[in-house]
Design a protein around this ligand. Sequence first.
Ligand SMILES: NC(=O)C1=CN([C@@H]2O[C@H](COP(=O)(O)OP(=O)(O)OC[C@H]3O[C@@H](n4cnc5c(N)ncnc54)[C@H](OP(=O)(O)O)[C@@H]3O)[C@@H](O)[C@H]2O)C=CC1
Ligand SMILES: N[C@@H](CC=O)C(=O)O
Ligand code: NA
Length: 440
Amino acid sequence: MPQHTDAPTALKVALLGGGTVGSQTARILTEDADILRDRVGADLELTGIAVRDTGATRDWQADPALYTTDAEALVDGADVVIELMGGIEPARTLILRALAAGTSVVTGNKALLAQHGEELYAAAAATGAQLSFEAAVAGAIPILRPLRDSLAGDRVTRVMGIANGTTNYILDKMDSEGAGFDEALAEAQRLGYAEADPTADVEGHDAAAKAAILATLAFGAPYTLDQVAVSGITAITAEDNEAAADAGYVIKLLAIAERARAADGAEGAVLRVHPTLLPREHPLASVRGAFNAVFVEAENAGELMFYGPGAGGAPTASAVMGDVVSIAQRIVRGGPARLRTPVAELPALDPAEAVTSGLVVLRVADEPGVLRRVAGVFEEQGVSIETLRQVQSERDDAPGASLRLITHRARQRDLDATVEALAALDAVHEVASVLRVEGN
Ligand SMILES: NC(=O)C1=CN([C@@H]2O[C@H](COP(=O)(O)OP(=O)(O)OC[C@H]3O[C@@H](n4cnc5c(N)ncnc54)[C@H](OP(=O)(O)O)[C@@H]3O)[C@@H](O)[C@H]2O)C=CC1
Ligand SMILES: N[C@@H](CC=O)C(=O)O
Ligand code: NA
């Protein structure tokens, strides 16, 4: 490997965080030191691991002398910083401290990137330091690099993925084994898939952060978490699963970023995360457990799918180490940091401009004329019905019937208006669910 004349023979690597992913990253840096030296052309020397509790038991135990609570001192002495603490602070301040000193940073912190990405990218650009974050989206799956580099000569139109391992694990356990929600979540936590606060997973915020990051790479503008419409999986009921299965679908939590046109013709990007009905034969429908998959549509490439482990210590540490090696190689060989190539900015559109089919489950009075009145509301709002199924209630406390309607594609705001008008009908006791359908 060609190296510049004053190439370093060792690089100091500071690790911030020694939890699920940090422990596995420390393990790879230690156990695979020889392989890494060959690939980089210099030693990667782990100088310390910043944690809160230096005496805690860890998934993989490094040399006890490496654990410290002084993260700032670690950052200041480093050639490369790896941030795997999670959360906004102190992670943000520590990363900014490193970047300001020209030190490159690798992070898996999607929550931070989706809220403060612009500030961090600007700080990196100001000193020429690198900020890499392949681990932040879809764990081990190489997806950010392909979007940024391999597809740089194409025009991405849509990115749609199962981007949260915890929720896919929970939905899969519920669908295939009839497991309870709490039981499945506890198992996902035990296996190291969930965030420190798993609300971020089950309420869809983790997937939303990933949607913003995916869109930033795919469309070139710095999208943020607040531009993503989010709903999680906590409201999914057994009847939703039954209605979906009955119609040939499976429910998955999808993160979607797509080029779209608003009703007034304006072009932009719509970003959304929600439980979605997918036809059972759709490639994303067969993604099981904590696996993730990202489906990319580009004008010339057509349809691409990236699949692999989306969460967990070792898989995520693999993505972290890919970024570390790439940065270290650049330091050793010399050469400029990679600049972000600006592309034409695509503004975020109101997510109500999204055009999709929907499943609407209504509890209705079982009496003549109900179907006509329900269908009339759909007609008034310009939303057409593709299929309709009536199921008699077996509950004494909720007599009547359920109507399960799947619509043709319609604008989200028209579907919302339809649901509002349906809820106001006397014959409709309850709008039990409204779920989006993709891939049909
Ligand atoms: N787990 C996964 O599958 C994936 C995680 N990620 C991301 O990677 C990051 C790390 O996740 P994960 O390893 O699961 O998280 P953990 O909660 O397991 O680990 C966090 C680590 O950071 C340390 N830490 C937290 N706050 C501080 C602080 N204020 N000062 C010093 N140390 C601190 C903790 O110390 P201590 O151990 O002493 O408490 C712990 O070692 C997050 O940003 C997460 O979103 C990304 C992809 C997948
Ligand atoms: N909690 C996240 C971890 C990986 O990003 C998930 O479940 O996907
Ligand atoms: Na990844």
